[in-house]
Design a binder for this molecule. Structure first.
Ligand SMILES: C[S@@+](CC[C@H](N)C(=O)[O-])C[C@H]1O[C@@H](n2cnc3c(N)ncnc32)[C@H](O)[C@@H]1O
Length: 251
């Protein structure tokens, strides 16, 4: 899923802020596909750094994009980000949803931004994601467990709605709040790719949820099977609630 993302489709709220020659930091770059797109858009002369806390994802990023001019990757946790005040834009797409301390992360991101620079964050309101018709009970039960597991870990299911206030608390001036929700309907060219995200989530995060006691192994398997079948022949419309918040470092 991460490898197939593009900045144009999957981080479109960032596009209008990108210009040739900028220095951009992409926090939680994963396998680097959005990061590589950013580097193309600020070339020539631009410099893009992708950071992530996951060494395995960074290895894939370097393998696919390591030779691209003006682009490099480093291992770093956003909570340890040095206060370099050196990036024109610091961005994070779908990352703060996994943080129990998003305010600290935003303060670090601000401190890495030049005075006058921008912080651009894209994230979900997982509690507002919706499907039509209603999903099979096996997947609904998985999704309730997913929301509960997130809550217990301190990861907000309304992080996107909370971001404007968190930006202000971090000392950032909120310049823009854009609805970047992803809507797909059966028949759209992108339907299969877009709806496969939840099959991936059941596979990739399900085991951690089972280990934490939020789901049994057999319930996970049933959810996986039921979702695959239903996304193939029952699901008509998927709406994922995503917002992009842009703030300026006025300090
Ligand atoms: C859902 S992926 C998003 C990847 C990419 N930004 C995108 O939109 O496709 C979240 C990424 O954030 C990274 N991440 C989560 N918490 C992080 C942290 N505290 N510091 C750095 N990276 C983090 C994860 O390792 C993962 O690669």
């Amino acid at each position: 899923m991460l490898n197939r993302r593009t900045v144009e489709r999957d981080h479109r709220g960032l596009l209008e802020h990108l210009h040739q020659g900028q220095r951009v930091l992409d926090v939680g770059c994963g396998t680097g596909s959005i990061t590589a797109g950013i580097a193309r858009l600020v070339a020539p002369g631009g410099e893009v750094l992708g950071i992530d806390r996951d060494a395995d994802l960074l290895a894939i990023a370097r393998q696919h994009h390591g030779a691209q001019e003006g682009l490099r990757f480093e291992r770093c946790d956003v909570l340890e980000l040095p206060a370099t005040a050196s990036f024109d834009i610091v961005t994070a797409a779908r990352v703060l949803q996994w943080s129990a301390d998003p305010l600290k992360a935003l303060r670090r991101m601000k401190a890495a931004t030049t005075p006058g620079g921008l912080v651009v964050v894209l994230d979900y309101n997982h509690a507002s994601n919706a499907w039509e018709p209603a999903p099979p009970e096996e997947f609904q039960s998985f999704y309730r467990a997913f929301l509960d597991w997130r809550t217990v870990n301190g990861w907000s299911n309304h992080i996107a709605s909370e971001l404007p206030d968190l930006f202000r608390q971090a000392g950032l001036e909120v310049r823009q709040t854009q609805n970047c929700s992803e809507q797909v309907a059966r028949g759209d060219a992108d339907f299969e790719r877009a709806v496969s995200i939840w099959a991936d989530v059941v596979e990739s995060l399900g085991p951690a949820m089972v280990a934490a006691g939020f789901l049994t192994g057999s319930k996970r398997q049933q959810a996986s099977q039921a979702y695959r079948q239903w996304s193939h022949d029952g699901l008509i419309h998927q709406s994922l609630s995503l917002w992009t918040i842009t703030g300026q470092n006025r300090a």
